[in-house]
Design a protein around this ligand. Structure first.
Ligand SMILES: [Zn+2]
Length: 246
């Protein structure tokens, strides 16, 4: 059974109302997933930094072992040279060994200096890890809260969305495809997702440009489908407060 123009317009308004509700639901969800993703990225970033610091500490630990080994080697040499010094045959030999001893003393000082520096670096890195870890724990708490919010929202809106989709399909099935396609096209081009609007206080409900009186009368008649001259939206009806239609 073919619908009258008035019935088609009524159906389009219904469709618009359903789609606007669906838009709202998606908008509600639309923000949270992004926030959750951002927080997840942040946590991964923190983990990466901590791992990098840990590797740097491993390398510094390795340096410490090397410096300690160098120190030990120098100490052994000193012991060896001191023994040799006991058995020298002349002053020249004694002086030569004294020079070697001096050199090894310097080696020990150098190793000790480097040990101190490296230990200081490790301490700093360890502090940095603690700071980053604290920040990460805070982000993880935020993430947990946001995830729960999102889960609730998804669960809630899934139900509504399903119901709205069923109503939408039912409404759409009453109108010919050509009109639905036009509706979808206009909706796709409109920033606020409105394809079908009413004339409100003499202006288009979509773009708020004035609709001339004669045109308003034609729209009220609902004998044909009329679009806004300015934005191309379908003007389904005239809403005039206090005045009854026809
Ligand atoms: Zn308009």
């Amino acid at each position: 059974m073919e619908l009258t123009i008035a019935q088609k317009l009524e159906t389009l308004l219904k469709l618009q109302s359903i789609d606007s509700q669906l838009d709202e639901l998606k908008k509600l969800r639309g923000d949270l997933p992004e926030e959750v993703r951002d927080l997840e990225d942040e946590v991964v970033g923190f983990e990466t930094r901590i791992n990098k610091f840990r590797k740097e500490i491993d390398a510094l630990d390795n340096d410490i072992n090397n410096h300690r080994a160098n120190k030990k080697d120098a100490e052994k040499l000193i012991q060896k040279y001191k023994d040799q010094q006991m058995n020298v045959r002349n002053n020249r030999e004694f002086d030569a060994i004294a020079k070697e001893l001096e050199l090894q003393e310097l080696e020990i000082q150098l190793a000790e200096k480097r040990l101190k520096e490296t230990e200081f670096k490790i301490k700093n890195k360890t502090n940095e890890i603690a700071e980053v870890d604290q920040a990460m724990q805070n982000r993880k708490k935020d993430l947990e809260v946001k995830r729960k919010e999102l889960d609730v929202l998804i669960a809630e809106s899934q139900e509504d969305e399903k119901k709205l989709s069923v109503s939408r399909d039912k409404a759409a099935s009453h109108v010919e495809e050509r009109l639905i396609n036009a509706y979808n096209r206009i909706r796709g081009n409109a920033e606020n997702g409105l394809a079908v609007v009413k004339v409100k206080r003499g202006a288009c409900g979509g773009c708020f440009n004035i609709v001339p009186h004669q045109r308003q009368a034609d729209i009220k008649d609902q004998k044909k489908i009329i679009v806004c001259e300015h934005c191309g939206r379908i003007l389904a009806d005239v809403e005039d407060a206090g005045l009854s239609k026809k």
